[in-house]
Design a protein. Structure first.
Length: 232
């Protein structure tokens, strides 16, 4: 009987084929319903969903807050975005994506004021504030695909992974008081501080007569009439 010779070396037969891992990013679970997720999937990017206390995406060492144009304007009006920008300061590298400039104008003249009650210059001023005051870069993307492409390119950068151990910012007593007063339409930080410095407490402001309020802030005092309205 002729001897049997192995054609393939043993070393080769024992070689394991390594799995090709897809690049992965971390996303807030609320992004699961966005079209960006499906675009990232098409690009071969694995998305791990978690409850992120700050930011919508974590890509390597970068935190990303994503807003569609409608969401950007509404969060500007109700001041929710300001709190989110403050919380983003915990990250060294971060930026804001405003998505959909090919699908919707960010501040069309007159229409913005009629539709949202916001003058186009207020939107321009707010964008400048984000860049200059909060030191957060802004990227305006054409659509959800464009957003995914930016994230894809960012993912290719070799950086250390970013810790997810961040927390929501806790406001101190004065900040909480100011936040409550600023929740009234048309009441900004300066007006809120002016009222609190004069009346000392939130309760005193709420209980003040319209005449007293007008003496301090003029016509803006009319927004406090809602305190006496009945919820029906």
């Amino acid at each position: 009987m002729k001897p049997f010779f192995e054609i393939f070396p043993k070393s080769r037969t024992k070689t394991r084929i390594k799995e090709i891992k897809k690049p992965k990013i971390i996303a807030d679970y609320r992004e699961k319903n966005s079209l960006v997720y499906s675009e990232l999937f098409d690009l071969g990017i694995e998305v791990e969903f978690k409850e992120l206390k700050v930011a919508d995406y974590i890509v390597n060492d970068v935190a990303i807050e994503r807003k569609t144009i409608s969401d950007f304007i509404s969060s500007m009006i109700n001041r929710r975005l300001i709190k989110q920008l403050e919380e983003l300061q915990q990250y060294k590298n971060k930026f804001l994506i405003i998505e959909g400039i090919d699908e919707q104008e960010l501040y069309p003249e007159k229409v913005a004021e009629e539709k949202h009650g916001v003058h186009p210059n207020a939107i321009r001023g707010f964008i400048l504030s984000i860049i200059l005051k909060y030191k957060i870069p802004i990227i305006m993307t054409k659509n959800c695909r464009d957003t995914a492409e930016f994230i894809s390119i960012l993912l290719k950068r070799e950086e250390k992974e970013l810790s997810l151990n961040v927390a929501k910012k806790t406001l101190d007593k004065k900040e909480r008081m100011q936040f409550i007063i600023e929740s009234f339409p048309g009441i900004g930080p300066k007006t809120a501080k002016k009222l609190l410095e004069y009346f000392k407490t939130v309760k005193n402001i709420i209980n003040a007569s319209e005449e007293e309020l007008k003496n301090i802030i003029g016509k803006k005092a009319e927004v406090f009439q809602i305190v006496d309205e009945s919820f029906k």
